[in-house]
Design a protein around this ligand. Sequence first.
Ligand SMILES: [Zn+2]
Ligand SMILES: [Zn+2]
Length: 425
Amino acid sequence: MKLISLGAGEEVGRSAFVLEEGHKNVLLDYGLKIHSNTMKNEEDTFPIPFANFNIKPNLTLISHSHLDHIGYLPSLFKKGDMQWYATPPTVDIGEVLWNDTMKLAKMQNKRIPFTNSLVEKAKMHWHPIVYNQEVYNQGIKFSFHDAGHILGSSSIRMDFGNKKVIYSGDYKGSETALHAPLKHPGESDIVITEGTYWEKDHQPRKEAEMMLMDHIHETLDNGGNVLIPAFAIGRTQEMITIIKKYDKNIPVYVDGMGKQITKIYDKYPNYLKDFESFASAVDQCKLVEGSRARKKASNQGNVIVSTAGMLEGGPALQYINQMPPNSKIILTGFQVEGSNGRYLLDDGKIKNEMGTGFLNVDIEVEYIDFSAHAGKSELIDFVKRTNAQKVVVVHSDHAKEFAQNLKDEEGMDAVSIKSGEMMEI
Ligand SMILES: [Zn+2]
Ligand SMILES: [Zn+2]
């Protein structure tokens, strides 16, 4: 069997893999790589073309709705049809991202990677799948399993030829306020696993939650505001659930794309661990619409949860300019090199609007690790439980090192694959 990486080999972003044996093939994920909210480098924004490998997949399985896994999917329908499977929340969230991508490309005068009509066509060819449902298509048997990463996220298990293959997607092995730990997809011959954070374990969630609440209480007691720039998918919803779980009296405002995604989360009770507590948190939050409401939300004593998580665009940036003294900014996710969030953490500054220089930010900044990915021991545990003879590490800037580590420390037959590479597995 051949594995081809069209992206997310020894990198994070533009996940796209093809498994091929004889006449059978399947495309796993089809995402974009967006650098700090801009499509800077056309070269590695999109997956490597199928033509380079002379392949034409006609079945696609999408693990989850992050841009780097679903972002380029509509482009597959330029030349005809393609059957594709994903969970219902993945498609709802995916559509929001596709529309945002078209808008962003237009604003930045970039080539728009697909059109509205391709989005419509993609939706028409979608086959819904729910967790643990077994489907046969194109001679391949497959099922999706809750990956505990975001709403509707899945690890995919396939019977392909005479081999069992697991494609992990992105996953989390421990509990969060929204999701139970992943439901492991079982044993396989081959496992293709993400390895984003293989170097260390993340801070335990309970500890992170306590830290968050301590910072919020302390800041509000001192007469300031708390701004939590948060990713629209997952983190925004987790933050409001945590805050309302510990303290119902704290006024919480939600702004940015996170509002739209929150409404989608609210549609899917079965995909959350404790829908009641999430739904009641949403009821107690105020969704901010318009600049007047934004001003009101900036009053003392409030917590504002706003997109974007790395402070690249979105209303989060506007709030920074109008925060009262003694306020605090709490970053809760990974801040990529070159992003405003990274500049803020390291040097207390952000890029000016034109991107020609920097502005100093005179507000205290904290970072708390709320990662939605598995840390080292969860990754190793996932791989071990598959009992696979062959491990392929993908979706990591340090995939090579992680594969080496699995070889040296765990005695596994582990490899990494570069984007643009094909290997026999
Ligand atoms: Zn993801
Ligand atoms: Zn990812």
